[in-house]
Design a protein around this ligand. Structure first.
Ligand code: NAD
Length: 254
């Protein structure tokens, strides 16, 4: 097992990719500290982690709050006696034209997707630099690597996460902290399904046409990429964005 005796903090752990990361980290021997705004979803993730035989604690966290995020770090370190890894998975979507985008919607997406990843990783790194280092994984998106209409805020926020990952990797290496990102492709989660409810089945068919593997990712497949980066298997991987998209980004086919 790759995370035996490690403690991993995860934001956005009540659903989708964050939940899959919690269960995957536990399956690798970690105990986990879980944060999300969704208390009910957190309770279910704790139950799933405990089924693996590992331990989980949870805390209602709004990732836009620095205080909430550092409270989760404190919960992890006080309950489990340390913090070795952190995954920032909380995120939100948006769908507005550039011309119609409101200031409020722009700020909401940036606040959750960019500030939320930054404050969490920062809080974790502040602890890790005094405790022999660690490993941070930010969840970005393939939409941070390609431009999409109606996704100005989302694409920009995810491109920011990719660059933030690189700057953090440069600055934190001297503290023995590695920082990497996963850029998921289309993944079957409530966030993705909400988009389909809005746009319809035709949209899914169109989306899958561009995916060489011809299907959505399961959240577990994204979690496995995050666990690799978190673990010592990736001990010389730093500042990298691991695109996990079934080949969507490299597809030049029209
Ligand atoms: N599903 C996809 O196709 C896909 C593709 C690329 C990237 N991503 C990214 O993966 C991450 C996880 O998304 P998902 O698909 O698992 O979605 P999801 O909706 O299943 O999970 C997102 C979680 O974030 C939480 N959250 C939202 N705002 C929050 C806040 N302010 N504070 C704390 N928690 C908050 C939600 O409550 C939810 O539990 C996001 O960053 C998303 O942008 C998803």
């Amino acid at each position: 097992m790759r995370l035996t005796d490690k403690v991993i903090g995860i934001s956005g752990a009540a659903s989708g990719i964050g939940r899959a990361c919690a269960v995957a980290a536990a399956a690798e021997g970690a105990n986990v500290a879980l944060g999300d705004i969704d208390q009910q979803g957190l309770t279910e993730t704790v139950r799933l982690v405990e089924e693996t035989g590992q331990q989980a604690v949870s805390h209602v966290v709004d990732v836009t709050s620095e205080t909430d995020q550092s409270d989760l770090v404190t919960l992890a370190t006080e309950h489990f006696g340390g913090l070795h890894g952190w995954i920032g998975s909380a995120g939100t979507g948006s769908s507005d034209t550039v011309l119609d985008h409101s200031r409020e919607e722009w700020r909401r997406v940036m606040h959750i997707n960019v500030d939320g990843v930054f404050f969490g990783a920062q809080a974790a790194a502040r602890y890790m630099r005094k405790h022999n280092g660690g490993s941070l994984v930010n969840i970005a998106s393939m939409y941070g690597q390609r431009a999409f209409p109606l996704r100005a805020a989302y694409c920009t926020s995810k491109a920011a996460v990719i660059m933030l990952t690189q700057v953090m990797a440069l600055e934190l290496a001297e503290h023995n902290i590695r920082v990497n990102a996963v850029a998921p492709g289309y993944t079957d989660t409530p966030l993705f399904q909400a988009g389909l409810v809005r746009d319809g089945q035709w949209k899914l068919d169109r989306m899958l046409e561009r995916v060489p593997t011809g299907r959505l990712a399961h959240p577990d497949e994204i979690a496995k990429a995050a666990i690799f980066l978190l673990s010592d298997d990736a001990s010389y991987v730093n500042g990298h964005t691991l695109t996990t998209d079934g080949g969507w980004v490299i597809n030049g086919k029209w």
